[in-house]
Design a protein around this ligand. Structure first.
Ligand code: C2E
Ligand code: CA
Ligand code: CA
Length: 639
């Protein structure tokens, strides 16, 4: 018990509970008052004693005041401090007890009819004993009332001095310590049970809080989030919108795997504290599993949400310092709004999840708002995902070839292999639609091996000076045994390694490691060549040009035929061409559709060209035909 009463706060709360208990049941107060005032009035009337009458009137006034105060204070118990409540009760109780005790004494002193004396002294004793039990919660009050109610009669009896009166006074005196001891015992029992109930309630509160909190970040966990979302929605006001952000840290698994879980946890908790700083103070923020966070807040317009989303992305991207290391974390986000995107939590979560998926597929480190088309896209993606594995076996895939032409002579120098999927129901599917799915699901490894093998078989039929270009996904070159797989495929097809050129995008070098190095070195040693694809669209560091054996740069078609076309892109092509020249690399302009474009890129220094102006990607027999035509043309020229 000492422990329970050790803190002042607990002591205070127990005390308050006990004081408030004094005020409960004002009806018992009223009943007691009616009894006391009633008997006193009877005594006053029967005795005709003016002093008793005056005291009775005073008693009635005190009783009335106490009842009114009890009803009024009880209603506002929380707003009054314990001390004030106690003082008001104390004053009322003591004065009531004292006046009641005085009336008993007056009957003895006034020497009224013994029956009336008996009535009032008995009344005083009854009141003192009864009230001791009722108010044992505050012993000071109870003991005070006991003494004030009984002592005046004792004194009066002693002063009167008759033997019976003295005997009665003596028995009343003995009653006092007995009642004090009962009060104290009752008080202790009451105090202890209130305190333990209090402790239990606090423990339950604490457990509930723990069950709803994420230990790593201190944010809500899934259970906490559910609880708060329900509460928030109930409080949502009229035209306010409700937004849900679903946030996922990009490549967080790598942080955990390479730096360890303790560092991962610190990153998470830093991210959490940045989110807290950026979000409106009343936002609900939760960690939802591993590296995902959910933010729910009220908002007015979509513009407000865009500002918030931008600030969240920026806040997370700011480098995080951990033990001298500087980590940069990006995140992807999906946002759904109520009522625009749904009317309940589930549809909001679904919408935000889909929007998040959209952000990830579109290159991460960005946010997307939910849009109904995302549901359709997802369905289509799932279908593609499930059908892609079968597509190879069902022979629905073919490889088309697009010529890459020498801009000085017009001769075909190579063909780029581009995969096509002729779906029995969906028709022709573009690689842009299914290659990303293949990459995501890992099917790209099987698919890529198949493409290389097929394309190599075709290319082996071409003249020796025509090379084959094959696109390689970043995932493919990191797969175990990737280099050996490629070498095996061309060996089987009978294509010399020097006639194979692998096109890789700059993104590979964002995460280059020993595997990348080994892959490139192993193939380069065999004579395989490399080209950088889509140059100018991503990564800006050019360090990899020096490090790896590239023979070709393919300038992305946005510089040739896209929206950026103009003086600026012309200057970029020139600069790249000059650099490629110095490094003794060839430079290919992609996406050439008009003769003007061909002239422009040639003037800018590009050595090779590719695009619809020369030919679209065509099936293998047409590629062979193009080569035959070219040879015949050449023969005619020399003939
Ligand atoms: P990419 O490697 O940049 O391939 C060039 C894309 O540009 C091809 O689209 C081609 O048809 C298109 N193209 C060529 N000339 C022109 C032109 O003059 N104008 C326009 N507007 N477009 C032109 P495709 O075949 O749809 O391939 C799209 C992307 O899919 C490729 O971009 C490549 O990244 C990927 N891809 C295609 N085949 C394969 C493959 O076998 N393996 C891998 N890993 N990726 C592939
Ligand atoms: Ca390519
Ligand atoms: Ca390209």
């Amino acid at each position: 018990m000492q422990v329970l009463f050790g803190t002042n706060a607990l002591n205070g709360r127990v005390r308050q509970t006990l004081v408030v208990s004094l005020y409960t049941h004002p009806s018992s107060l009223a009943l007691g008052a009616a009894c006391g005032v009633g008997t006193s009035a009877a005594a006053a009337w029967l005795s005709g004693d003016r002093a008793i009458l005056a005291a009775t009137l005073l008693l009635a006034a005190i009783a009335l005041f106490r009842i009114v105060a009890a009803v009024y204070l009880l209603r506002k118990a929380d707003h009054h401090d314990t001390k004030k409540l106690e003082l008001i009760y104390e004053t009322g109780a003591w004065s009531y007890a004292f006046v009641l005790g005085m009336i008993a004494a007056l009957t003895v002193i006034g020497n009224v009819d013994p029956e009336i004396q008996l009535l009032m002294v008995g009344n005083a004793i009854g009141y003192g004993v009864g009230i001791s039990a009722r108010n044992a919660g505050r012993p000071v009050i109870a003991i005070g009332q006991l003494f004030l109610a009984i002592s005046p009669a004792i004194v009066a009896l002693l002063v009167d001095g008759s033997a019976a009166h003295i005997a009665m006074a003596a028995s009343m005196v003995l009653l006092l310590p007995a009642m004090v001891s009962i009060i104290m015992i009752t008080f202790r029992v009451l105090r202890d049970s209130v305190a333990s109930a209090e402790t239990n309630a606090r423990l339950a509160e604490k457990m509930q809080l723990l069950a709803r909190t994420d230990v790593v970040t201190g944010l809500y966990n899934r259970a906490g989030l559910d609880h708060h979302l329900v509460e928030r929605l109930m409080r949502l006001q009229g035209d306010r919108k409700f937004a849900l952000f679903w946030l996922d840290l990009d490549r967080f698994k790598e942080v955990n795997d390479t730096l360890g879980h303790p560092v991962g946890d610190r990153v998470l908790s830093e991210v959490a504290s940045r989110l807290r700083k950026q979000c409106p103070p009343d936002a609900t923020i939760a960690r939802f599993g591993g590296d995902e966070f959910i933010i729910a807040c009220e908002t007015g317009t979509r513009g407000e949400l865009e500002i918030l989303a931008d600030s969240l992305l920026q806040a997370i991207t700011r480098p995080i310092r951990i033990d001298g290391d500087r980590l940069q974390i990006h995140s992807s986000m999906g946002i759904a709004m109520m009522p625009d995107d749904g009317n309940d939590i589930d549809s909001l979560m679904q919408g935000a999840d889909l929007a998040l998926y959209h952000s990830k597929v579109n290159g991460r480190n960005q946010y997307s708002f939910f849009d109904p088309s995302m549901t359709r896209d997802l369905v289509r993606r799932r279908e593609i995902e499930s059908e892609l594995r079968m597509a190879i076996q069902r022979e629905e895939l073919s490889i088309y070839f697009q010529p890459i032409v020498d801009l000085a002579t017009g001769q075909i120098r190579s063909f780029e292999a581009l995969v096509r999927w002729f779906h029995p129901e969906k028709g022709e599917l573009r690689p842009d639609e299914f290659i990303p799915v293949a990459e995501e699901t890992g099917v790209i490894i099987t698919l890529g091996n198949w493409i290389t093998a097929q394309a190599a078989k075709t290319a082996a039929q071409w003249p020796d000076d025509v090379t084959l270009c094959v696109n390689l996904s970043p995932l493919q070159l990191r797969a175990p045994g990737a280099a050996l797989g490629i070498l095996g495929a061309i060996r089987e097809a009978g294509l010399s390694p020097s006639r194979l050129e692998l096109e890789i995008t700059e993104s590979v070098f964002l995460e280059a490691d020993e595997t990348t190095d080994a892959f490139m070195r192993q193939l380069a040693a065999e004579g395989v060549r490399f080209a950088i694809d889509d140059f100018g669209t991503g990564y800006s560091s050019l360090g990899y040009l020096d490090k790896y054996p590239f023979g070709k740069i393919k300038i992305d078609r946005s510089f040739v035929s896209g929206m950026d076309v103009g003086k600026k892109s012309d200057a970029i092509i020139r600069a790249v061409a000059e650099m490629a020249n110095t490094l003794e690399m060839e430079i290919v302009a992609e996406g050439l559709e008009t003769v003007e474009q061909v002239r422009a890129v040639r003037a800018a220094g590009c050595t090779l060209g590719q695009g619809y102006y020369f030919s679209r990607a065509v099936p293998d027999y047409l590629a062979a035909l193009l080569l035959v035509q070219e040879q015949e043309g050449a023969r005619r020229l020399t003939a």
